[in-house]
Ligand binder design. Structure first.
Ligand code: S3P
Length: 170
């Protein structure tokens, strides 16, 4: 099966849903942020010491090493910022956008201090600016508000099977 890549804003539930999907499909799961942390240390330190551009470079390098068969991958919320990442994703996998409303994201991340870009004042603008990039990169978009990670995983699998996306090759 082609790899499923989960995209979506910070707090949209990618890291939870990836586990359920991988279990249901009996494939491995990975997370681009976790791979970056393994190689380069905490994300906040990378931003602080080297800046966002360096983080984005690490992110593209990690993305291009992800398996393109039999895996489910959670990506960082900003993966869609670079055109090279958007093209790579569209070419190499089934891309699923977890769409969570701004109100719900705000509730979930209200106390979060671990994400450097969540500390910005204009994060709602960031959210708005990214919506078209998520939408244009994704094969499937799922509204996640009020749904459990299990329900979201079930919905994704239903659509993939219905559309025969698991049978297509890139
Ligand atoms: C980022 C989202 C984070 C992480 C980094 C940058 C972003 O991942 O990659 O802090 O630009 O939105 P999550 O979406 O898993 O929080």
């Amino acid at each position: 099966m082609r790899t499923i890549f989960l995209i979506g804003f910070m707090g949209s539930g990618k890291s939870s849903v990836v586990h359920y999907l991988a279990e249901r499909l009996d494939v491995c799961h990975k997370d681009t942020d976790e791979e970056i942390i393994k190689m380069h240390g905490p994300i906040a330190s990378i931003f602080e010491n080297y800046g966002e551009e360096t983080f984005r470079r690490f992110e593209t390098n990690v993305l291009k090493k992800m398996p393109v068969e039999d895996a489910v991958i959670a990506t960082g919320g900003g993966i869609i910022e670079k055109e090279v990442n958007r093209s790579w994703l569209m070419e190499h996998g089934i891309v699923v956008h977890l769409h969570t409303t701004w109100g719900e994201i705000n509730r979930r991340l209200v106390d979060d201090e671990s994400r450097p870009l969540w500390q910005l004042h204009d994060k709602e603008q960031l959210f708005e600016n990214r919506q078209s990039k998520y939408k244009n990169t994704a094969d499937i978009s799922i509204v996640t508000d009020g749904k459990s990670p299990e329900e979201i995983a079930t919905e994704i699998l239903r659509i993939i099977k219905m559309e025969n996306m698991d049978k297509l090759h890139s």
